[in-house]
Design a protein around this ligand. Sequence first.
Ligand SMILES: Nc1nc2c(c(=O)[nH]1)N[C@H]1C(S)=C(S)[C@@H](COP(=O)(O)OP(=O)(O)OC[C@H]3O[C@@H](n4cnc5c(=O)[nH]c(N)nc54)[C@H](O)[C@@H]3O)O[C@H]1N2
Ligand SMILES: Nc1nc2c(c(=O)[nH]1)N[C@H]1C(S)=C(S)[C@@H](COP(=O)(O)OP(=O)(O)OC[C@H]3O[C@@H](n4cnc5c(=O)[nH]c(N)nc54)[C@H](O)[C@@H]3O)O[C@H]1N2
Ligand code: SF4
Ligand SMILES: [Mo]
Length: 678
Amino acid sequence: MQQLGNRVVRSVCPFDCPDTCSLHVTMDNDRIVSIDGNPDHPVTQGAICNKVRHLNERVYHPDRLMYPMRRVGPKGSGQFERISWDEAVDEITSRFHRTIRDQGAEAILPYSFYGNMGILNAEGMDRRFFHRLGASRLDRTICNAAGSQGFKYTMGASAGIDPEDTVHSKLILIWGCNLVSTNMHQVMYLNEARKRGATIIHIDVHRNRTSKWADRFIAIQPGTDVALALGLIHVLIKENLTDSDFIGKYTTGYEELIAKAEEYPPEVVSGITGIPAEEIVSLARLYGSTSPSFIRIGNGLQHHDNGGMAVRAIACLPALTGQWGIQGGGALKGNGWYGSVNSFALERPDLLPNRDVRTINMNRLGEALVSARPAVQMLFVYNSNPAVVAPDQNQVRQGLMRDDLFTVVHDLFLTDTCRYADLVLPATSHFENPDLFASYWHLYMQLHEPIIEPMGECKSNFTLFKELGLRMGFESELFDITEEQMIRQALDYNNPYLEGITYEKLQEFGWLKLNTARPPLYPDRTPTPSGKIEFYSETMRRAGLPPVPEYIPLREKEDLPFLLVTGPNHSFINSTFGNQERLKKLEKQPVLDMHADDAAERGLEDGNRVRIWNDRGECRITVKVADNVLPGVLVCQGLWWENGSEGIQSVNSLTSQRLADMGGGATFFSTRVDIEKV
Ligand SMILES: Nc1nc2c(c(=O)[nH]1)N[C@H]1C(S)=C(S)[C@@H](COP(=O)(O)OP(=O)(O)OC[C@H]3O[C@@H](n4cnc5c(=O)[nH]c(N)nc54)[C@H](O)[C@@H]3O)O[C@H]1N2
Ligand SMILES: Nc1nc2c(c(=O)[nH]1)N[C@H]1C(S)=C(S)[C@@H](COP(=O)(O)OP(=O)(O)OC[C@H]3O[C@@H](n4cnc5c(=O)[nH]c(N)nc54)[C@H](O)[C@@H]3O)O[C@H]1N2
Ligand code: SF4
Ligand SMILES: [Mo]
C-alpha cells in the first residue's frame, strides 16, 4: 500500500456508524491522499465503506468552513461575513452573560448529537461546559432511545453478544436492520457464518440491499414487529420448542408470557403483520430448532410509536430457546454498555448550579423553540444538523427563524442549519485532533492522535468549549486541561471491562479489546432488577407500561392512506455527505418506492414527480414503482440537503414530534401521508 515518498498513518473513523473502523491513511508529506481500512484491526480487517474511502474529498472540500462568520442577511438566507475568533467569542460570551442575567441560564439550549463520535468531542468538554453554565439539559433521544430502553427492560443493559462470535451462528435473523448499508462488518462476519452453513433471514418493510444479500426475506407491515415476536413465541410454546431448563433457571414471568402469547396465534398475527400464517409457523419452527441462533436487532424498527416494545419483545426470543451463553447465540441491539467510560468525571453534572434545570427532549426541538417557557433565547448547535434530521421540520425552521433567538452553529460545512445561525463557527475534522473512540457494536477502544494540523481557523469541539469556559472565567482546573488529561479521566473508571485499558497501552497499540476474559454477562449475571431475563417486568408496570410484551398499534391518525418510512441511505451518514458530489451522484436523487398496485390505482408511473403531504408539511419527490414494498407502504431513503432549484424538501417536514412508547425516542417511521401527481 505504501507508495514511494508516502507514509501510512493510523486513524479511526469518527462517524455515527456501529463499525468504528480503524483506518490506514496514506500521507504525501502533510496531505492526506487516500484512506483504507486497517488490515491489522481484528474487526475492520482492511475493509471500509465507500463513503470513507473518499474522506479526503470531505476534508479538503472547497466548501469547508475556514473562519467564523456573522449573519448579515435574513435568517435562512445564508448571507454571512467573516469575523475573527475574538469577535465571535466576545459576542457569544456577552450573549451568555446577558441571557443568564435577563432570562436565566435555562434560556440557553445546547443541541448536539454524534456527527463526531469521539468521546471528548461528543460527550466531554461540551457537556462539562453547559453543565457549568447551567443551561437547559438536552435528552439525546433521536437515535436509539426507545429500543435501548426496550432491550434493557428484558435484558438489563444495552449489551448483547460480541459480534466476533457471530461467525458461529447457524441461524441469523436480521430484524429491522439494513446491515449491508449500515453495518458492513457484521455482514463480513455473517458471510463467514454462511460459509459454515448458516441461514440468514431478513425481516423488513423494504426489500433493500440487505434483503438481496440474505437467504430469505420476510416483508412485514411497519410497526407490527411486536405482534410477529408474540406470534413466534406462541408457536414456540405450543409446539414445545422452548428450553424449559433455561427458562426455569434464568428467566422470570414465563407464566405471564404464556398467557399473553395465547392471544397471538399465527392467523391473528398474519392479519396484523401481513405475513402469511404458514411463514410465521415455519420461521418459529426454524428458530426453535436451530442453535446457535442470533438476532441482530436494528434501529429502524424502533423509530415507531411502539418501537421500544418491539425491541423488548424480540429480546425475549433467545431466552425462550436458551441461546444466551452459547457462543454465537443470543441477540445484539447495541453494545455501548460494555465500553462505558467515566462520564461523570467528563461531564460533571454536579457543576449544574440549578439541579432542577429543565431537560428538553431533542425530538421536540420545534416545540421547544416555538413554545417552551421560559423561552429558549440561545441555541448552540454542534455535531448535528437539526434543520434536516429533526422531526417536524416546519416547526423546527419556524423556531430557527425567530428574530429574538440567537443561534450559534459549529460545523465543518454551511449546513441547512447554519443558514439560520447568527454565528457560524468552523469545526475541525477528526483527523485534526486527538480523541478516544468506543464502538456501540464491537468491543474495541481506540485512541486517535491527530494526523494533520487544524485547517484554516477551525477548532475542535473540545478546544471551542475549553476556550469558551476559560473566557467565561470558569475554574481553570476544570477547563484548562489537555485532551490527554481528559482521556485519562475517561478511562479512570471502575468498569471491569476497561481493566487493562490505559492511555499508554492505547498509544502503543492504537486499539485494545475490552476485557472480555471475564465470564459473559448473560445468563448468569443478567443486570435486571431480578437478576433474571424478564419476560414480566415490574419496572415497566411501575412506569405505566404493559409489563409483558403486548402489541399496541401505531398512534398516527389513520386518515391518510400511506405509511411512509424514511430511513438512511447507503452513501450518506444521516445528512453527513449530503453535500458531496461523488456520493450524491451514486444516490442520484431522492426517490419514493411505491407498490405497483398503489401506483396503478393513482395513475402514477415510474419517474412521475409527486407531492407527498400530511398536516405537518409536504415534499416533492420522484416515484419509483417497485416490488420492494407492501401495498400501503412508501419508502424514501436518505436525509438530503435542501435544494432550492429542484424543490427538494427534507422528508422530516412530514415526520412528527410525537414520542415513542419508551425512552422519549423518535417516531420518524410512524408517519402517514397522502400522495398526488404534480
Ligand atoms: N450508510 C449509512 N450507514 C449508517 C447510517 C446512514 O445514514 N447511512 N446511519 C447510522 C446510524 S445513526 C444508525 S442509527 C444506523 C441505523 O441503521 P439500521 O439499524 O440498519 O437502521 P435503519 O437503516 O434506520 O433501518 C433499518 C431497516 O428497518 C426497516 N424498518 C423500518 N420500519 C420497520 C418496521 O416497522 N419493522 C421492521 N422489521 N423493519 C422496519 C427499514 O426499512 C430499514 O431497512 O446506521 C448507521 N450507519
Ligand atoms: N427522517 C429521518 N430522520 C432521521 C433519521 C431517519 O432515519 N429518518 N435518523 C435519525 C438518527 S438515527 C440519527 S442518529 C440522527 C442523526 O442526526 P445528526 O447527528 O444531526 O447527524 P448528521 O446529519 O450526520 O449531522 C452531523 C453534523 O455534525 C457535523 N460534524 C461532524 N463532525 C463534527 C465535529 O467534530 N464538530 C462539529 N461541531 N460538528 C461536526 C457534520 O458536518 C454534520 O453536519 O438523525 C435522525 N433523523
Ligand atoms: S462509516 Fe462505518 S463502515 Fe464506513 S469507515 Fe466509518 S465506521 Fe467503517
Ligand atoms: Mo442513529
